[in-house]
Design a binder for this molecule. Structure first.
Ligand SMILES: Nc1ncnc2c1ncn2[C@@H]1O[C@H](COP(=O)(O)OP(=O)(O)O)[C@@H](O)[C@H]1O
Ligand SMILES: O=C(OP(=O)(O)O)[C@H](O)COP(=O)(O)O
Length: 395
């Protein structure tokens, strides 16, 4: 992969695909980790006289303009962190974006509106994606891929755009890939992987490959309930991917065959609704009452998980153990974070929300080996998959 140093950026318009998909509460950014992670590349380009046009997504607005997914608050925060005004284009590749791009002076920075407001960004249809990438390409002379958290997406701005412009990888993508490579090339054993979060169907697939590399797989978060259902238990109103049950049954069977240990919660914090002030209590994992939803792993599970991490030499963790954003359901995530630290292992935490969780719960980032900005992206990298956003940069 070429680096920024290989590009002649001075006086040129450089489109930087960043991952600025930060958690928001209304228009308040609750964790700006991904914005901070994007700064070194943007600063380096500015200092070399580039005209920087940043493109990014926020949430999953599915090709529609939805004001609650606007990047405007992100532009303001990016400007504060850079110590300069960030011009904001009210559309993605339309009139406003073209005007903003044309008016940029050397060293200035602009952010265009949420790329996913355009159906072409995420389309499965290559022609539709290509047409959108063509429009984006008119905004810039060069492309820098730095949105590590989105490199696993075959999206217009990630995959099709770099094929249309001279391109290079940004520093964040380099750093992330460098650390993850260490996990794929002979990790020190025992190697434990902790999986949780809510993007269950996205992330279940990684287990297929982990069964060949990890010694122990701990499952928490929303992923738990598909496992419990696969074992024949009722999961009440918890998050469940019913069509994935046979796949999970197959994973459990293969794990037993290969001597990979699956560690599942033994108790669950079950709530009567999805709210911070919901009524809740701890129930056995195989006895979740009808109508109740599991929003965290229980205290006995937290202890079990910490115990199963204690002797590990390498740990990768993606996905919070519960709905950590609500205090009554943060215990499992806190215990796993502490378990990683106490193990003394080489630890990697990946994912927008996982990284936000460790910061929100007051842990020092330096207590972990590496905090990755990508959850799904790092999982797919560990799977050995060809990541579209990296493949396009290598071309
Ligand atoms: N049991 C659960 N039910 C519903 N949502 C959950 C549960 N456990 C965790 N979550 C949610 O998962 C989200 C993070 O999932 P995900 O996006 O997959 O992680 P990451 O961004 O770290 O890759 C958090 O917002 C958290 O509230
Ligand atoms: O938040 C992200 O990924 P992550 O939750 O796996 O860390 C990225 O911004 C990608 O978002 P997407 O999973 O909606 O494509």
């Amino acid at each position: 992969m070429r680096t920024i140093e290989d590009l002649d950026v001075a006086g040129n318009r450089v489109f930087v695909r960043a991952d600025l998909n930060v958690p928001l509460d209304g228009d308040r950014i609750t964790d700006d980790g991904r914005i901070r992670a994007s700064l070194p590349t943007i600063e380096k380009l500015r200092s070399r006289g580039a005209r920087v046009i940043v493109g990014a997504h926020l949430g999953r607005p599915k090709g529609e303009v939805r004001p609650e997914f606007s990047l405007r608050p992100v532009a303001a925060r990016l400007g504060e962190l850079l110590g300069t005004d960030v011009h904001f284009a009210a559309d993605t590749a339309g009139e406003s974006a073209r005007e903003v791009s044309a008016a940029l002076r050397d060293g200035e920075v602009a952010l265009v509106e949420n790329l996913r407001f355009e159906p072409g960004e995420t389309s499965k249809d290559e022609a539709e994606r290509g047409a959108f990438a063509d429009r984006l390409a008119r905004l810039a002379d060069l492309y820098v891929g730095d949105g590590f958290g989105a490199v696993h997406r075959r999206h217009a701005s990630v995959f099709d755009l770099p094929r249309r412009l001279p391109h290079a990888a940004g520093g964040l993508v380099f750093t992330e890939v460098g650390v993850l490579r260490r996990l794929t090339e002979s990790p020190e054993r025992p190697y434990a992987v902790v999986l949780g979060g809510s993007k269950v169907s996205d992330k279940l697939g990684v287990i297929d490959n982990l069964l060949g590399t990890a010694d122990r797989i701990l499952v928490g978060g929303g992923m738990v309930f598909t496992f419990l259902a696969a074992q024949g238990h009722e999961v009440g109103a918890s998050l469940l991917e019913r069509d994935q049950i046979p796949t999970v049954q197959e994973y459990l069977r293969r794990a037993a065959e290969r001597g990979v240990e699956f560690v599942l919660p033994v108790d669950i914090v079950a709530a009567d609704r999805f709210a911070a002030d919901a009524g809740h209590d701890v129930v056995a994992a195989d006895a979740i009452p009808a109508g109740r939803m599991g929003l965290d792993i229980g205290p006995r599970s937290a202890e079990l998980f910490a115990h199963k991490l204690a002797d590990a030499k390498t740990i990768f963790w993606n996905g919070p153990m519960g709905v950590f954003e609500m205090a009554p359901f943060a215990g499992g995530t806190r215990a796993v974070a502490q378990g990683l630290i106490d193990s003394g292992a080489f630890t990697v935490v990946g994912g927008g929300d996982s990284a936000a969780a460790v910061r929100a719960l007051g842990f020092e980032e330096s207590a972990f080996g590496h905090i990755s900005t990508g959850g799904g992206a790092s999982l797919e990298y560990l799977e050995g998959k060809n990541l579209p956003g990296i493949a396009a940069l290598e071309e």
